[in-house]
Design a protein around this ligand. Structure first.
Ligand code: PA5
Length: 433
């Protein structure tokens, strides 16, 4: 269960401005439902929830269980929408230290040579008994040609072939578009296992397809509950989209008032990468035609000691969205020390969750009084079901809100510009991306 509380921010906008923004948001919601808006061919993130593919969820869960039994390392090789969702969910739900199952390693999300060369050395290192590490590689690319991902795959693939010979093809799992592209040709030639990303689901909306589901399942999380958490949210908002429409309207009204930065904040460090997923989802969807609110991510209380000053008193172009968790994420309490040299016994016996919650309440109070409109999105508990719900909530919000500001939420024409320039500078013959 998640709740969206916009009451703290409402005072910044008049009834009239809110009503006008709500009208636009309702139109946005209507376009999502009718499929009559621009980018209508990208609404598959809704279809997968209205008609769940249980057989695929089962197939992924079974494969993930096998990999969990056999693998020391599982490499998620992808960039942007092809890895951010998986990373967000895995970090939200996994223990910070000593998770059981294979070590999850990300690759293909940049072209840093130091990272890749160290990764290759790490993969090559033998175990204490002299045997090879058991490595599985999931390369994820809808286009099959994104340079960052393709280059990492090109460097890691021969290593697996050398280590496992014919068995390498069973250890390489490709998640890609149905047909076309160089990756599909390699799959055909080498016999790699393949999962399909539906044509009508764009990268940043693809976490609930095999793109996110396989890595999340390999990390040991219940993807069926995650998926059905999203299905529950889908059904609820189909019946009553009002909470999402209100938040979309608020964001729109804030934008009109000059709030051009939304700081997505959390007091739970395990939600940091979830902020990164939201950042891409909103940023790549709304930042076009000279419009949009720039999504930033902050993790508190850490970033109160770096960004806090700016948020409290810097240029007043900020709004802030707190992602909070109601039920404690741990039972840890503050210890009692007889000598009390640090004078912290006044906190003894208190749960860290309570201390953190007070820091959060204090921060919301301070930022609100510093003229930062605050929205609170509260998850009842940090579990698969609620995370699934939060994923759909943000996908729907993105669709409705971005339509409401008159932008197509589902394309990313600007991303092509850096690719074109990069390919020209790299001397690629056919400079198509
Ligand atoms: O949201 C998007 O479409 C992008 O972020 C893509 O996911 C990203 O560019 C990776 O593309 P691909 O999966 O084709 O390698």
């Amino acid at each position: 269960m998640i709740e969206c509380d916009i009451s703290f921010a409402r005072k910044y906008i008049t009834e009239q401005d809110f009503d006008a923004a709500k009208k636009n948001a309702r139109q946005g919601s209507q376009l999502i439902k009718s499929g009559d808006g621009p980018g209508t061919e990208w609404l598959g993130w809704r279809d997968i929830l209205s008609d769940p593919n249980d057989a695929e969820i089962e197939e992924i869960s079974t494969l993930a269980a096998q990999i969990r039994e056999q693998a020391d390392i599982f490499i998620v090789c992808g960039i942007g929408g092809s890895y951010l969702g998986a990373k967000a969910v895995i970090e939200a739900l996994s223990p910070h230290f000593g998770a059981d199952g294979p070590e999850i390693i990300y690759a293909g999300h940049h072209m840093g040579g130091k990272y890749l060369s160290q990764l290759l050395s790490y993969l090559k290192e033998k175990k204490k008994d002299g045997s090879h590490k058991s490595i599985y590689l999931n390369v994820i690319s809808k286009s099959g040609s994104t340079l960052e991902t393709a280059l990492s795959f090109r460097m890691i693939r021969p290593l697996l072939e050398e280590m496992y010979e014919e068995e390498a093809s069973e250890r390489i799992i490709c998640t890609t578009g149905k047909e076309g592209g160089v990756l599909n040709k390699l799959i055909e030639d080498k016999g790699y296992r393949k999962f399909i990303i539906p044509d009508n689901v764009g990268g940043r909306f693809s976490v609930l397809t095999p793109v996110g589901l396989l890595p999340i399942a390999v990390a040991g999380h219940d993807i069926r509950t995650l998926f059905y958490g999203a299905v529950g949210a889908f059904n609820r908002y189909e019946e009553n989209p009002e909470p999402v429409i209100e938040y979309a309207a608020l964001r729109h009204a804030m934008y009109r008032k000059g709030k051009t930065i939304d700081v997505i904040s959390s007091f739970e460090p395990e939600l940091k990468s979830f902020g990164g997923w939201i950042q891409q989802l909103l940023g790549e969807s709304e930042g076009k035609e000279g419009k949009g609110i720039f999504p930033a991510v902050a993790t508190y209380s850490t970033d109160l000691h770096s960004l806090g000053q700016f948020i409290q008193q810097g240029s007043r172009s900020l709004m802030e969205t707190f992602i909070t968790v109601k039920l404690p994420t741990s039972k840890l309490t503050v210890n009692e020390l007889v000598e009390n040299g640090d004078k912290l016994n006044y906190l003894s016996g208190k749960h860290f969750h309570q201390v953190n919650a007070k820091a959060r309440e204090g921060t919301i109070e301070a930022h609100s009084s510093g003229d930062v409109p605050v929205v609170k999105i509260c998850l009842h508990a940090l579990n698969e079901e609620n995370i699934g719900e939060l994923i759909y909530f943000y996908e729907l919000l993105t669709g409705i809100y971005v339509y409401s500001i008159g932008v197509n939420p589902f394309d990313q024409p600007g991303v092509e510009d850096y690719k074109k320039a990069m390919y020209r500078l790299l001397g690629k013959e056919n400079q198509g991306t």
